[in-house]
Design a protein around this ligand. Structure first.
Ligand code: KIV
Ligand code: NA
Length: 279
């Protein structure tokens, strides 16, 4: 299958085919996503919590994020790669956003960048778009702004907030976003916004009527273990953690019982003269 480009995504949208996006954090998770046929691999800053064990996505330094972006890109052959602009890498000025985005595209080999916010980031979106860096927006619950939102809360619950969301979506489209993530918003509102826009919406916790869906890979594969908090909008497709722990437990047992390695099956043959010559 040929490489997914921004044109492929526009075509999927124009034919009303759902767009699939999944996060990836390293070479292995990128290969899993890419081999499964997702259209867009997102190097999300959820990386910080979902793969690196930080308490907060805002803790990840840009260089560390870039290092993971490079690993993801090495694992992707087909999908379109979108990289988040992590907290602190784009807010200070348009120039800072340009510099960070160029690093993600050149060193990180991302095909596009994603940044959180509405009208207030449109000058940045416009400049990046002018420079040939496709931009994906991100509205609704914007985790980088959790401190200001009073936590990880669903958005669009009041009339003012809903109108603001809609206006932000239009402004982002106007500024040049090729698509936008809509996170933790009531389904009916996400549907309304999707209908009004010409560019595709990628929903997470935004119901079935967005143009596409995105999930955090470690959440949907159950890799964070039974104690991990998973929001209600996540569907768990596998018990990745449990499956892996069971396999490793079996390995530990096999070694202790000397049933692994198995002679012949997991071992090298010795030549007779080596043994006799050794004595
Ligand atoms: O960082 C991330 O994984 C994201 C998605 C949840 C959209 O931004
Ligand atoms: Na993110």
């Amino acid at each position: 299958q040929s490489k997914v480009t921004i044109s492929t995504i526009a075509k999927l949208h124009s034919t009303q085919s759902k767009i699939t996006m999944l996060t990836a954090y390293d070479y292995i998770s990128a290969k899993i996503a890419d081999s499964s046929g997702v259209d867009i691999v997102l190097v999300g800053d959820s990386l910080a919590m979902a793969s690196l064990g930080y308490d907060d996505t805002n803790e990840i330094p840009f260089d560390e994020f870039l290092y993971h972006c490079r690993a993801v890109s090495r694992g992707v052959e087909r999908a379109f790669v979108v990289a988040d602009l992590p907290f602190g890498s784009y807010e200070s000025s348009v120039a800072q956003a340009v510099e960070s985005s160029i690093a993600l595209v050149s060193k990180g080999r991302a095909n596009a960048v994603k940044l959180e916010g509405g009208k207030e980031i449109c000058a940045t979106v416009r400049r990046l778009t002018e420079l040939g860096i496709p931009v994906c927006g991100h509205i609704g619950l914007t985790p980088q702004r959790a401190n200001a939102l009073g936590g990880f809360k669903s958005q669009g619950k009041s009339v003012q907030n809903a109108i603001r969301l809609y206006e932000d979506a239009l402004a982002l489209q106007e500024a040049g976003c090729f698509s936008m993530v809509v996170e933790a918003v009531p389904s009916e509102l996400a549907e309304l916004i999707t209908e009004k826009l010409d560019v595709p919406t990628i929903g997470i916790g935004a119901g079935p009527h967005t143009s596409g869906q995105v999930l955090v890979q470690t959440d949907m594969l159950g890799f964070l273990g039974p104690d991990a908090h998973t929001p209600k909008f996540v569907k768990r497709y596998a018990d990745g953690f449990g499956t892996c722990v069971d396999a490793v437990k079996q390995y530990v047992k096999d070694v202790q019982e000397v049933s692994f390695p198995e002679m012949g099956k997991n071992t090298y043959k010795v030549k007779e003269d080596v043994l006799s010559g050794f004595k």
